[in-house]
Design a protein around this ligand. Structure first.
Ligand code: C2E
Ligand code: MG
Ligand code: MG
Ligand code: MG
Length: 288
């Protein structure tokens, strides 16, 4: 009996493993198809000036319009894309598409709306030795002019810490192409503050987890105050992510955070909708 029990136990384990492998393989195949068939799209979330609420830039966020499962968020497929390496071609598509839109939106510059646009770079992308060449090629193919619209890359501390020296030289080379560099989810990674001193970085994005509790406790306030102070001492722009309430925004302004991003201002939205929002913002700014 015991033997049978053990056997069925293994069998169950096997089936679960098998299922995980199948699902993974299935998603991997589907990701290939998604790339070929243009099933990815980008949503854009505005980032506003803390002082005025004006949109100063937007972050491109990847979505997958799955033919059966509907619109999927990055959490549902980025980990597998990262493991399989498919994040590299997907990420290249993200940069190309963002550049194309940035180019299309550069007219906003003439309406005196300062606009930046940023994309997320995965740890694997950051380690690609040809990342800089890829970006250079994309910038020149779409005749993209970073002096008209600021183009930014967001990387996490963890991604940077995989190989700090290589990351620093890659990010420096991206900066030389005219791009801005932001550290994303700042405070959640596993990093030494010392690296910031020598690192080619322009912006710190304080992770949503510190913003969430900011109206309740002194601890999160202390952390945000410290990070903002550090950022400003290093001449960096400080952004708070995940701002959902007016109370959080008030405290963040009081703590002198420069820029705010979150559902309080706008959800990530399709390009056409964002464009309408920007045009409307221009009109408001002009008539004010
Ligand atoms: P992230 O770069 O930190 O992006 C911010 C995430 O917070 C987005 O989730 C956004 O929708 C969400 N968010 C913004 N404001 C609020 C808020 O007020 N409340 C809450 N609860 N959430 C808010 P999303 O779009 O699901 O993306 C999740 C993560 O997936 C991103 O985190 C980024 O790490 C990754 N990601 C997104 N697009 C790409 C991409 O093109 N390439 C790579 N490699 N990663 C990407
Ligand atoms: Mg980001
Ligand atoms: Mg972030
Ligand atoms: Mg985050």
């Amino acid at each position: 009996e015991a033997k049978t029990g053990g056997h069925s136990h293994y069998q169950l384990f096997d089936e679960q493993m098998q299922m995980q492998v199948t699902t993974r393989l299935q998603i991997e195949n589907e990701l290939h198809r998604a790339l070929d068939h243009g099933e990815f799209c980008l949503f854009f979330q505005p980032i506003v000036a803390a002082a005025t609420g004006e949109v100063v830039s937007v972050e491109a966020l990847l979505r997958w319009q799955h033919p059966v499962k509907g619109l999927l968020s990055p959490a549902e497929f980025i980990p597998i894309a990262e493991e399989t390496g498919l994040i590299v071609p997907i990420g290249t598509w993200v940069i190309e598409e963002t550049c194309r839109l940035a180019q299309a939106w550069s007219f906003l510059r003439d309406t005196h709306l300062p606009l930046g646009i940023s994309v997320n770079l995965s740890p694997r992308q950051l380690l690609q030795s040809d990342l800089v060449d890829t970006v250079k090629r994309i910038f020149s193919t779409c005749a993209f002019d970073p002096s008209r619209i600021e183009f930014g890359f967001e990387v996490t501390e963890t991604a940077v810490m995989n190989d700090p020296e290589a990351a620093a030289s890659t990010l420096q080379a991206l900066r030389e192409l005219g791009a801005q560099i932001a550290i994303d989810d700042f405070g959640t990674g596993y990093s030494s503050l010392a690296y910031l001193k020598h690192f080619p970085v322009d912006t710190l994005k304080i992770d949503r987890s510190f913003v969430m509790g900011i109206s309740e406790g002194n601890v999160d306030q202390a952390i945000v105050r410290a990070v903002t102070g550090l950022g400003h001492a290093l001449d960096l722009v400080v952004v708070a992510e995940g701002v959902e309430t007016a109370e959080q925004a008030r405290i963040l302004r009081h703590l002198e955070v420069d820029l705010l991003q979150g559902f309080l201002y706008a959800h990530p939205q399709p390009a056409e909708q964002l464009e309408a929002l920007l045009l409307n913002a221009c009109r408001v700014t002009r008539s004010a």
